[in-house]
Design a protein around this ligand. Structure first.
Ligand SMILES: *[C@@H]1O[C@H](CO)[C@@H](O)[C@H](O)[C@H]1NC(C)=O
Ligand SMILES: *[C@@H]1O[C@H](CO)[C@@H](O)[C@H](O)[C@H]1NC(C)=O
Ligand SMILES: *[C@@H]1O[C@H](CO)[C@@H](O)[C@H](O)[C@H]1NC(C)=O
Length: 470
């Protein structure tokens, strides 16, 4: 976003706002139980109101030499609630798990709105003010998001700055003195107090009664008459009908006008029922509608990179979704370019992760809601339990095309490399090597062991090199 044409007040906020989430943070006892080093186990409820909650699975494995660069956020909102306007010091990639919502945010200095539904992926850049409304009739809204901490003020934490607010949450505006604010807004102290002291409901509030009144108060405070709104809208339409993508080529007079009313637009944005036209918001992408990149009888997988969905490029984050049938396995593989995060959406399964030196790092059963992560270069596999379909979704730390290298199966490195060199590396005859390596005809997603074979399997030592594993 071009800072040069930011509304003054928003610019001030960006520069002088004080961190406030620490004051309103709701601490929950952190889970002590250690289930595996590549599970995110530090779950913290950062917001809890009648209207909803936000839970963060933190990616800081303190005291370990492997650093996790991402947090995973879970936002849930009751029907007819508003997540009040704020901005964050981290970029968010949203995935709509359940429900339907309207997101409003400042894009290229304009207020844009976007309807999102189940399966949609959407990106909110760090520093962009946004709000979210659950518009699903009688339906809860559940969102899973990646929180990229690399742009934050402090490493491995993140910060919300509430723009709307009162006593809870505190608006960043509260940090300014009265004179500054009354001058900036050009209103009286009383009028100002009518919007800055009312909110007590927390960051997620029901949009009924008093809140609706409050929105009306904001509007009357801004003294926006219908006529004026219309003029402004026409102005906006004219401006953006030119379809220009660059931000800085308007003449000075237009600049000034934009400056003066963008801030108002943010505050009254709730009131404008249809904000169609004007500037178009960036597109969303529906993960459930994408054709699988790989599919066989045992499951499928879908990956979203910057070539498919361009906004991912700005965050350098990829998205994927995998669905394994009961007992099936994503063959052992390595991500050479990205660290991977997985959130179990449904079913249960096992995640095995191996250190690059060939010893076991984690072998853990996971179920719905668990979050695992796998650093790049670490071999791993995911195995669905026999009880049913295992579905997981997640983020990778690269928006480039990720080319996982498979270690087992028909399209694996040992198979493709083949030849006497490989046989020699395992110190077996080429003939024997071929027999073993070609026994598996499937690739990438492998079928389950037949039950009887599995029974026999239990008598086997769990790992090849028992000395190397714990
Ligand atoms: C402030 O408000 C007064 C009264 O509504 C108006 O006359 C004046 O032009 C406003 N000043 C600015 C800078 O908007
Ligand atoms: C996962 O795959 C199974 C079997 O193909 C299917 O029944 C199920 O609906 C899939 N789940 C999702 C979320 O697509
Ligand atoms: C392999 O590497 C891990 C992590 O660095 C270490 O904890 C483990 O002891 C190593 N195992 C062997 C057999 O070298």
């Amino acid at each position: 976003m071009g800072i040069s044409i930011m509304p003054n007040s928003l610019l001030l906020l960006l520069i002088f706002s004080i961190p406030i989430i620490s004051a309103t943070e709701y601490h929950e006892e952190e889970e002590e139980e250690k289930r595996g080093i590549f599970l995110l186990q530090s779950s913290k409820q950062v917001v809890k109101t009648d209207g909803g909650e936000i839970r963060i699975m933190r990616g800081d494995n303190r005291g370990r030499d492997i650093h996790s660069p991402m947090h995973i956020g879970f936002i849930s909102m009751e029907p007819n609630t508003l997540f009040i306007p704020q901005y964050m010091d981290s970029s968010l990639i949203l995935f709509i798990r359940i429900g339907e919502m309207k997101i409003g945010w400042i894009y290229k200095d304009e207020m844009v709105e976007k309807q999102l539904r189940i399966g949609d992926i959407y990106r909110i850049p760090a520093g962009s003010a946004f709000y979210m409304v659950n518009v699903g009739k009688g339906q809860r809204l559940e969102i899973i998001c990646s929180i990229d901490t690399s742009e934050g003020l402090r490493e491995s934490t993140f910060q919300s700055f509430y723009i709307g607010g009162g006593t809870y949450p505190t608006s960043v505006l509260a940090g300014f003195d009265m004179r500054t604010l009354t001058t900036a807004f050009n209103v009286s102290v009383d009028e100002l107090a009518s919007i800055t002291e009312r909110q007590k409901g927390g960051p997620i509030v029901f949009m009924t009664g008093s809140e609706t009144n409050q929105l009306n108060r904001w509007a009357s405070l801004m003294q926006l008459k219908q006529k004026e709104r219309e003029e402004k809208r026409q102005f906006a339409e004219k401006k953006y009908d030119n379809g220009d993508d660059d931000e800085d080529d308007d003449d000075d007079r237009e600049h000034k006008e934009v400056k003066e009313w963008t801030w108002r637009k943010l505050l009254r944005s709730f009131l404008v029922k249809e904000n169609k036209g004007a500037i178009r918001s960036p597109k969303s992408y529906n993960l459930y509608e994408k054709d699988p990149d790989f599919k066989n009888n045992y499951g499928w997988s879908v990956a979203l990179d910057e070539h498919v969905y361009n906004p991912l490029k700005h965050s350098g984050i990829g998205v994927y979704l995998v669905n394994l049938t009961a007992g099936s396995m994503m063959a052992p593989h390595v991500n050479p370019t990205a660290t991977e995060y997985g959130v179990v959406l449904s079913g249960s399964g096992t995640i095995q992760v191996v250190f690059p030196n060939g010893s076991l790092a984690m072998n853990t059963e996971v179920r719905q809601g668990d979050v695992f992560w796998v650093p790049k270069y670490f071999p791993f596999c995911q195995i669905a339990s026999h009880s049913g379909t295992f579905e997981f979704f997640g983020f990778t730390t690269s928006s480039r095309r990720n080319r996982p290298q498979f270690l087992v199966g028909a399209s694996s490195i040992p198979k493709i490399m083949g030849g006497p060199e490989m046989a020699m590396a395992f110190d077996v005859s080429e003939e024997k090597y071929k027999r073993i390596i070609e026994a598996q005809r499937e690739s990438i997603i492998l079928p389950p062991w037949p039950e009887t074979k599995e029974m026999k399997g239990e008598e086997l030592p769990l790992f090849i090199n028992t000395a190397a594993s714990e």
